[in-house]
Structure formats: structure tokens, C-alpha cells
Design a protein around this ligand. Sequence first.
Ligand code: SF4
Ligand code: SF4
Length: 203
Amino acid sequence: MRYPKLRELKEAIRALLKGPYTTKFPFHPHKPFERFRGKPYYYEKDCIGCTACVNVCPSRALEFKDRIENGRGKRVLTYTVDVCIFCGQCQANCPTEKGIMLSQDFDLATTGKRELLKQEIEKDLLLCECCGDVVAPRDQIAWVAKKIGPLCFSNASLLLFYLENMGLAAKGNPVLKQDTEYLRADRLKILCPSCRRQAAIKS
Ligand code: SF4
Ligand code: SF4
């Protein structure tokens, strides 16, 4: 017969005195430890729609789609919990540090439909006034303009967006160009990088 080692005996006595190490969840609520990585949530107010989180998400739990209709654009960012591996990369790489944050929510089992496991937020897009392509989300442009301060006056798109937001310039509507002819005046429009390059070269 083999006798238990001293260490095991000590552990058995400690367990008898202290009770089981495991929690009594779900019969009693469980509070995870402070740095526990639970379900991430988008916070629409602090998200600028830059998609950095989508690009670093290793499991494709985050996705985005740009929808453009009648000269208006929307970026839809979607989080799907059932493919998330709770790595925390989205939060770590968010430039505003508050656009997406992990919570302590861990009790995620459900019998609901997959659609109910998604969180969606929308961001208005700024469109190129020449080709109608996406420049960036409006919130992202505003965030960049605030970040760089007076330096934004060196970029026509940023400057026009800034003036437009202050009500000092009329809202530009995309006028889709049928030809490749860019005029000098086009340089003073909100343009996507491709049209800005073409306007600089050809005008
Ligand atoms: S601001 Fe943060 S949460 Fe929003 S899209 Fe960018 S990285 Fe993601
Ligand atoms: S925690 Fe990781 S897997 Fe989950 S959404 Fe964020 S980056 Fe993607």
C-alpha cells in the first residue's frame, strides 16, 4: 500500500478546513478578478470608425461594411460574440482607447439565434466630392483634426470638413465625374486620396 505524501495530506487538510476552491456559480453570483477578459462592447460615442480593431482581430469576430446610397454613406461595424477569443487586441489597438472595451461579462451561453449575439454600430461616412468613394468616417476626420490642431489647415479636405462642421462652408455633395478630367478647382474639394493625387497631377 502506498502512503500519501506529506504535501498531499497538507492540501487535503487545508481543503477540509477552507472548503472547496471552486465557486458556487450559477447558484451564487460570481465576480471575476479585476483583469478578467470578458465580452467586448463597442461604445458608439467614443468609436471613430477607423476599423483598426477589425484589422487586428485574429478570429474575425469584428467586421465592417460600407454602405453608400443616394450620395450618403454609412459604415456598419459588427461584433459577433460566438467567434471571439477574448484576446483583447481590439481594445489594445483602439486609437481612442474607449471605442471598444472588454467587460467582465463571462456568462454568455444562450439558446438564442446567432443574430442576437451581434452588436452593430453605425458611423456616417465622408465621401469624395469627385468620385463618391469613401474618404473616412466623419468622426474619424473630426478626431484627426482635433488631434493635429492648426496643422489641419494644410490639408484641403480636413480644412473644408472643419469649416463645414462650423457652418462656415456649404456641405459638399459628391458630383460624380464621368471623365478623368480634373480641374484646378477640384483641389479645393473634399477628395479621396486617389482623386487628390489625380487632381494634383492633372490640374
Ligand atoms: S475607434 Fe476603436 S473601436 Fe472604433 S473602429 Fe477604431 S479601433 Fe475600432
Ligand atoms: S477580443 Fe480578440 S477576438 Fe474578440 S473581438 Fe477583440 S480582437 Fe477580436
